[in-house]
Ligand binder design. Structure first.
Ligand SMILES: Nc1ncnc2c1ncn2[C@@H]1O[C@H](COP(=O)(O)OP(=O)(O)OP(=O)(O)O)[C@@H](O)[C@H]1O
Length: 356
């Protein structure tokens, strides 16, 4: 379904400025200057996919986003098929702060506890809203949370989202998977809460949980089939430790809900993301866009450089003997979407991927 929530059809022209990000889904997110006529210009993030499977996933993501409205969810302004059906595009509000993972990187590899609290509170607000709408995000992690012009963290990348209780695909990023997801049993709101706990660890340490485990299959086994929980960062307060304990309970039914977590002292007195001192200068218009000009020649062509998800998975399976580089920030862990229960991790290759 094509939607046009904020009148993207009224735009007179779009100028591509640079690539903002590439995900494992095969989609590319680019920054565009949009000409609305009468000297009105604004910046948009356009998520675009070429391969059929990536297009289908993007359409699904657009449909889910079209039904949501919260200051803590990245708004989708519209969607369309482009280039004679060769491309599908989602028009998203531009988040000038980039992803939370970018913010951690800009900050030297970890965030102070005050910032962790503030962003965690925003994520919990987004999750409380989402779960109230009977929707599960399914892939909460630093790379899938963006920082808006207002300084708030907003949930993004709804490629793994699903209705609560739906029998559809179970997926996500292995390091952030709750035990019940790693076992392929269920993916409900409690799985998002587990992933929120993992994201707090990521913000505090700059690393995804389980990064000390050298093998992704061993990690998935640890998550799904042992009593292990991710290690708490040592330098966090007792309140933070207690918060993590509430998020990272192995039994889904024993975890706190997102709404309950908002009452936890770790979040309740954490303010909101707006209070976090903005280190980022937000380019509000194309007048500021020179700072976005790409130096990368690859960025100049935006139609041809998308990989097919299936090809990527095949490549991963083929190079399965290579251990993932868990330290690298360059490669994302492959999102896994599977409607079937996974085989035991020791024989499954679809869990394989690289860091974060
Ligand atoms: N609206 C936005 N404003 C600014 N940057 C964005 C925006 N949307 C996405 N990005 C950047 O692009 C990256 C990839 O976006 P997104 O997560 O939606 O793609 P994806 O292909 O679904 O990724 P993956 O499946 O690997 O999680 C993000 O991590 C972020 O850095």
């Amino acid at each position: 379904m094509t939607h046009d929530a904020a009148g993207i059809s009224g735009l007179r022209g779009l100028t591509r400025l640079r690539t903002l990000g590439r995900g494992t889904s095969g989609a590319v997110v680019s920054l565009f200057a949009a000409d609305g006529g009468e000297d009105e210009q604004s910046l948009l993030a356009v998520k675009s996919a070429g391969a059929a499977s990536a297009q289908a996933q993007l359409r699904r993501e657009g449909d889910i986003l079209a039904s949501l409205c919260s200051p803590y969810v990245l708004p989708c302004l519209g969607s369309r098929a482009a280039a004679g059906g060769e491309q599908y595009q989602l028009f998203l509000e531009f988040a000038p702060g980039g992803s939370l993972a970018d913010e951690v990187e800009r900050n030297g590899g970890s965030l102070e506890e005050g910032a962790v609290r503030a962003y965690a509170a925003d994520i919990a607000r987004g999750l409380a809203y989402l779960h109230g709408e009977s929707t599960v995000h399914g892939d909460i992690k630093g790379r899938n949370v963006v920082i808006g012009a207002d300084g708030r963290a907003k949930l993004a990348d709804f490629g793994c989202a699903r209705s609560v209780g739906s029998a559809g695909a179970i997926g996500g990023t292995p390091a952030f998977m709750a035990p019940e997801v790693a076992r392929g049993e269920e993916q409900g709101p409690a799985a998002d809460v587990w992933a929120l706990g993992c994201t707090v660890i990521e913000m505090a340490t700059g690393r995804a949980p389980w990064s000390g485990v050298g093998d992704v299959v061993a990690a998935v086994h640890l998550i799904g089939y042992t009593d292990a929980v991710p290690e708490s960062p040592t330098r966090l307060s007792a309140e933070a430790e207690d918060f993590l304990e509430k998020c990272l309970r192995r039994r889904a039914g024993e975890r706190w809900t997102a709404a309950q977590l908002l009452e936890h002292p770790f979040l309740a007195f954490g303010g909101c993301g707006c209070d976090v001192e903005a280190k980022w200068v937000s380019p509000k218009s194309t007048l500021d866009a020179a700072m976005w000009e790409s130096e990368d020649e690859d960025d100049a062509t935006w139609e041809s450089d998308e990989d097919c998800v299936a090809e990527r998975m095949n490549a991963l399976a083929a190079s399965y003997s290579d251990l993932p580089d868990w330290e690298s920030d360059d490669d994302g862990w492959m999102n896994v979407l599977s409607s079937r229960k996974p085989k035991p991790p020791a024989t499954s290759c679809c869990w394989s991927s690289s860091a974060l």
